[in-house]
Write a protein that binds this ligand. Sequence first.
Ligand code: 13P
Length: 256
Amino acid sequence: MTRDKKLIIGNWKMNLGVQESSLYVHKLAEKVQIHRNVEVVLAPTMLTLQTLSLQVNFRQFKLAAQNFYWRDSGAFTGEVSATQLRGIVQYGIIGHSERRHVFHETDKDTRAKVQAAIRNGIRPVLCIGETANERAIGETDDILYDQLIGGLANVTSEELNEVVIAYEPVWAIGNGHSASPLDVKTAVRAIRHNLKHLYGAKASEAVQILYGGSVTEHNAADYLELSDVDGFLLGGSSLDAKVFSEIVEKAHKSKN
Ligand code: 13P
């Protein structure tokens, strides 16, 4: 995938049951326009992925898993692997702040999951971001670097093309306090700079980097003006068909 396309991912988190999801996708299908310059991805709960994979028009929506386990199969009660998700999802979210902070996932886990995704033909969406406290004590750059190399350690420059990075500052998630466009610009620049350091200019320029954290139909255009931002990882805004479709339209019209 190239950066000519904006990427809008809706992370529904632990919301909507099987029937509700199906009804919601029906509603989204009527509202969200198909555009060649925007890829729209839905990340419903694990439970509903298969049903939705039979329902969606893949030209309109791709699907993402919110999480998965890094082993391909075996005695891991309660887990679902990337191998099992193959053919159902095209993307897999990895290292979301809720996975890191509520479920104590480490960079070692994200690295193994990035590998599992690539091995199974699923595009990894590696989420990185600092907490309010880390920002307050001036550690933002170090955290972003550590989480980036932590997740990408075994990724080759050819494989990097399949990877999406999502900058999600923990302090901006789910509370209406979105990061300012300047904060996002600074962080995303730093991420691309780190990628350049690790993989060289050409490979780093090709990576899609998303912003996530209290994005709405009102502030989306401000981030889309930033040349380094290639789309969004949306939480709350992805659960309202009107708001979600408006953000998709803004991405379609963005000049970058
Ligand atoms: P909100 O858009 O609700 O802040 O959530 C962002 C997020 O965590 C997406 O993964």
